[in-house]
Design a protein around this ligand. Structure first.
Ligand SMILES: [Zn+2]
Length: 334
């Protein structure tokens, strides 16, 4: 109520000021409109100019390579899994319907628990607080990420998906920056018409966000008056800690599998450094191509019993790795 009255008073004041000084406001509006028209005319002339066409031709091959990686980013999103573990609180919540029928209902239920989501664990306040202090332990306990070799493999696979997408997206961003530097369009183009510029040079930009799994511990009081939540985002850093914590708890079978290395982001970097940032298949290297996208590959795939040991790991450029994994995929039945 108070806010509404304040809003009306403010509006009345603004109207009064505009009426009092209308010539100044009219001049400002006309000035802005003229500026906008001039900028649009300049932009049209720039895109029609020979200079722009020459630039477009010059960067055509760079743009094409960028777009291929852009397709690859979409492929990673579609083909790989980005989840692990789930909570079972509210697993059957969809079978029931609950309603606040008290006459004060409109004031209550300010906080409504999210039952029915695999990524939300509904718990008491103490659990939500403890989860903030020790997220890895609580993640494992309440989201069914048990310390087994099988689950560890799943978490490592998630880490692989996340880091592959992170690297590819970062690579695209670097390439876009390089293209902007080479093409060097006038400042007003990058400022006001960046999207149009990217379209005109034929750049295709995929969604650049990373679908990090987000796990939530949630407490909602019985009346819905208070709530608290702890969120844990599974980014590379959290995944690496999870992998390390799990492996400490696992009693590995006394087999070669127990002797393997943990596939963390740190370890993948170690393999790339060992291989001197050079593709072991086609020999292209970061030294020759600064924006080269490199990945770590299991020579014998995990699905065929390959182990994460140094001798079974190699650095490949994204092209060679894509060709190799497409060959390994089960062939679609005709
Ligand atoms: Zn290669």
């Amino acid at each position: 109520m108070v806010a509404a009255v304040a809003g009306i008073i403010a509006l009345a004041l603004i109207v009064a000021v505009v009426v009092q000084f209308w010539p100044i406001f009219a001049a400002a509006v006309i000035g802005l409109a003229v500026c906008a028209i001039v900028i649009v005319i300049l932009k049209e002339r720039y895109f029609a100019s020979d200079g722009f066409k020459a630039v477009r031709e010059e960067i055509a091959s760079v743009v094409q390579e960028h777009n291929e990686i852009s397709d690859y980013v979409n492929e990673i999103r579609e083909q790989r899994r980005f989840t692990v573990g789930k909570s079972t609180t509210g697993m059957h919540a969809h079978l029931a319907e609950s309603k606040n029928t008290s006459s004060w209902g409109y004031k209550r239920d300010r906080h409504v628990a999210e039952y029915g989501s695999e990524f939300v664990h509904n718990a008491g306040l103490q659990v939500v607080r403890n989860a903030a202090a020790d997220p890895i332990k609580y993640l494992m306990k309440y989201f069914d990420i048990s310390a087994t070799e099988e689950k560890l493999g799943e978490v490592e696979d998630l880490g692989e998906s996340i880091s592959r997408l992170e690297n590819a997206v970062q690579n695209l961003k670097n390439r876009e920056a390089a293209i902007a530097t080479t093409a060097a369009p006038p400042g007003y183009i990058t400022r006001f018409f960046l999207k149009e510029f990217q379209e005109k040079i034929g750049l295709s930009i995929p969604p650049l966000s990373i679908p990090y799994p987000m796990y939530k511990f949630q407490y909602v009081s019985a009346g819905g008056n208070s709530s608290q939540e702890t969120k844990v985002k599974l980014d590379s850093q959290t995944i690496d800690s999870l992998i390390e914590t799990m492996s400490e708890k696992i009693r590995f079978k006394k087999s070669a599998a127990g002797q393997r290395s943990l596939m963390t982001a740190k370890f993948r970097n170690h393999i790339k450094t060992r291989d001197k940032f050079t593709c072991q298949s086609c020999s292209v290297s970061v030294a020759k191509e600064p924006n080269l996208l490199l990945e770590v590959d299991h020579i014998k795939p995990v699905s065929k019993g390959g182990l994460s040991v140094e001798t079974n790991l190699q650095t490949l450029c994204w092209r060679c790795n894509r060709t190799k994994s497409n060959k390994e995929l089960p062939k679609p039945k005709p």
